[in-house]
Design a protein around this ligand. Structure first.
Ligand SMILES: N[C@@H](CCC(=O)N[C@@H](CS)C(=O)NCC(=O)O)C(=O)O
Length: 314
């Protein structure tokens, strides 16, 4: 991570943990939107930096695809394995070659934006190509910028956050964030048994809740596809291939829940969900986390039924 603009390879001492050994995710610091005059002129001058391994970045990729913004917002994809200098551009299939970028590492975009930046150099990043600075590095904001602010541009029939459902969406998002989206990370990075047990309980309480929910409803907040489905999907799709074994959330697999599995397949039939799911990146990336898997062995399984919905390279 960066401290006062200087890259620290030994970041563990500065990574936040609470007194009980719980993993604490940092808050995002760049929170700007796309300038209104550019939206009006239909010339955005932005680019989206992502990693296919990362659930938060994949949220923004799915929103971009569903809303028909693929032409208007180009992407750059980092390699799935976090290097000693953080996210890196390179030759891993599906990543953006360093030759096409002005920098080699993501953290250089952070110091270009703020020479004294302190924090992790995370993806996703919404980059201002005109000013050469980060506009936003918070996936939750980026989805809403795409859905709401860019509506005059895309005029999509899909509204990921319709006014009538906004409260239910926010409630649902809040429910699954701590317990499931971030809950799996809290289990995986727990440094005490107590913190692990607490996180694991949250994960499976929520999966049990969802299993019941999907016996009645098609989507996260009812019968309409919304932002909440994107947020839930990115965690569910990584669960069996990565979290189940690497993060030790192994009481049950998502495939053991019939209603959640049917929901997952329902979403995977939508191209915007399937094309942004790269199992090769997900497995290579998660299993390269040295603190959890020192020898970097990538398991050969599991073979899952729903892989048939994914593209060839996944
Ligand atoms: N608040 C951010 C979180 C993004 C995040 O944690 N990204 C991780 C990848 S999954 C990252 O880039 N980590 C790099 C690092 O920790 O050095 C968001 O939702 O956009």
């Amino acid at each position: 991570m960066l401290v006062n603009g200087v890259w620290q390879s030994k970041w563990d001492p500065v990574q936040k943990k609470d007194a009980q050994g719980r993993f604490v995710r940092q808050s995002s610091t760049f929170r700007e939107g796309i300038p209104a005059e550019r939206i009006k002129a239909k010339s955005l001058g932005v680019k989206l930096y992502v990693a296919y391994i990362c659930p938060w970045a994949t949220r923004t990729l799915i929103a971009r695809s569903l809303l028909g913004l693929e032409q208007a917002i180009p992407i750059s994809v980092v390699e799935p394995v976090l290097s000693d200098f953080g996210w890196k551009f390179g030759d891993y299939p599906g990543s953006t070659s360093a030759d096409l970028e002005v920098v080699e590492y993501m953290h250089q975009l952070y110091t270009q934006s703020d020479a004294l930046y302190t924090g992790r150099a995370t993806v996703p990043v919404l980059w201002d190509c005109e000013q050469g600075v980060i506009l936003n590095n918070e996936s939750a904001d980026i989805i809403r910028i795409f859905n709401d602010d860019l509506r005059p541009l895309h005029q999509s029939a899909i509204d990921l956050v319709p006014d009538s459902l906004e409260q239910s969406i926010d409630r649902f998002n809040e429910h699954i964030y701590e317990s499931l989206n971030n809950g799996v990370y809290k289990a995986g990075f727990a440094t005490t048994q107590e913190a692990y047990e607490e996180a694991c309980k949250g994960v499976f309480d929520t999966l049990n809740y969802l299993e019941k929910h999907f016996s009645e409803y098609c989507y996260a907040v009812g019968e309409l596809l919304t932002e909440s489905d994107i947020r839930l999907f990115v965690t569910l799709v990584r669960f069996d291939p990565a979290y189940f074994s690497l993060f030790k959330t192994n009481r049950q697999r998502v495939s053991d829940f019939p209603n959640i599995s049917a929901y997952l397949e329902r979403l995977l039939r939508i191209p915007g969900f399937a094309k942004n799911t790269r199992i090769d990146h997900i497995k290579a990336g998660y299993y390269s986390i040295k603190a959890l898997n020192p020898n970097g062995i990538v398991p050969s399984g599991p073979e899952l039924d729903w892989y048939r919905y994914l593209g060839e390279l996944s």
